[in-house]
Ligand binder design. Sequence first.
Ligand SMILES: [Zn+2]
Length: 490
Amino acid sequence: MKLWTNGFFHSLDEGKIYLKMTTHQGKIVCFDEDCGHRHYDEVIDLEGAHVYPGFVDAHMHLLGYGQKLKRPSLSALKTKDEVLTRLKEAFHHEPLFAEGYRECGITKEDLDMISTSHPIMIRHNDYHSVTANSYVLNHIHLTHTNGVLTEEDATLAMKTWPPYTIKQLEDILETSLKSLYSYGITGAHSDDLSYFIGFKDTLQAFENVLERMPFRAHLLMHYDILDDYLSSGKSFLDQHAYLQLGAIKMFYDGTLSSQTAWMKTTYRSHNHHGLKIQTDQAFLDMVKKCRQHDLPVAIHVIGDQGLVDVCKVLQKYPVKTGLHDRIIHAPWADLEGIELMKKLPIVIDIQPQFLSSDLPWALSFIHETPPFVFPWKTYLKHGLIQAGSSDAPVEIPNPLLGMYASIYRISDHDQKPYFTDESLSIDEAIDIYTKGANYPTYDQKRGSLKIGYIADLTIFDNDLKTFKKHDFLEQKVKMTVINEIIVYKR
Ligand SMILES: [Zn+2]
């Protein structure tokens, strides 16, 4: 039994704040005077710190994030020269894979200057494109391109990379979790199981790491591995306290930056509406197959027309009563899409930091701005449930940055606020990373500090409600606790 004392415990339950808390076997036992004189194995003095229910990232890629931390990063580089210099430094006559590239005109010719005798690939920051050198392109018979590959072609190129061992994946996952602990993240909903070494072995890597590192991992299952999951005989959701298997992940469209989000308006450069990842019939068949097995779906959709199309399919083939589907992203919407979503049992996984990264330039790609842009307040007003996330490695998985973006809506490019009618309050911002992000776990005892709830805590020196604008960018987590175990201390 542990006593946590000298802190401010923000229950997120009708605004109640406690000053003391007892935990036992990973659960919250009591608060304040009820803590009384018990035999405590440990007393933790929080030195006046502010304690929140553990922050959860509702959509990210745990392995992709670990991989990004381990590979050369291009994300801070803006010019072609800077990127090429960094790549030359990182090239050691071995295959070279760099992450986080922000488009600045690099082609296969540039990469061929570094090497044509080893594979070189750089992954674009939106994760839907890569640029490859001739070595890779020859391998996949795409020699007629300039080396910039999107969607299917990008996936084809990725598959030429040598596969990891289970041990290597464990190492990547450990790197990822350590970094997440330092941001106060106690759990994540992650899409990893299809991209590495198959469902079974990738899941094994998770099992092995979670045995030594506590973390609430909720793993979406990509449609590609649905059959592997079905034949594994594993149940949906809980495997144990740290591992859940979640909804079936699929893509409906692409991204706005790749001009592949399926929009009602048209793109200026091509005068088309975007790209659907598969035909309507194929998408319908995928959803129907999930329903045959009573499984919910988690659908990546960015365009406003895509959102409408997806909702209509979900309406026609509803999920089993008691379960809900997930809409991932939905940054652009109109009233038709919103009205459709309201009729469905869904959660929207939102990424506030995308606003800062994508606006205002995303607006310049399209002819007409949809009625609602990153419309978190509107979604809230319509009673839609939103779960906060970073889509790391696309964005940094620091919930304070997500809260900052959801409250101030400031662009990284011009430092101006955009569509501030849609700003969340600090309470609403905290909610999306706690209650909202835990909603898709179907575990009622997560996301608040209440008796019987899990003892997962994110702890700061100061009260988040007193944070000034710059605090969200500068303050650091003091302590992270999972299952009453301190996993990180600054
Ligand atoms: Zn994602």
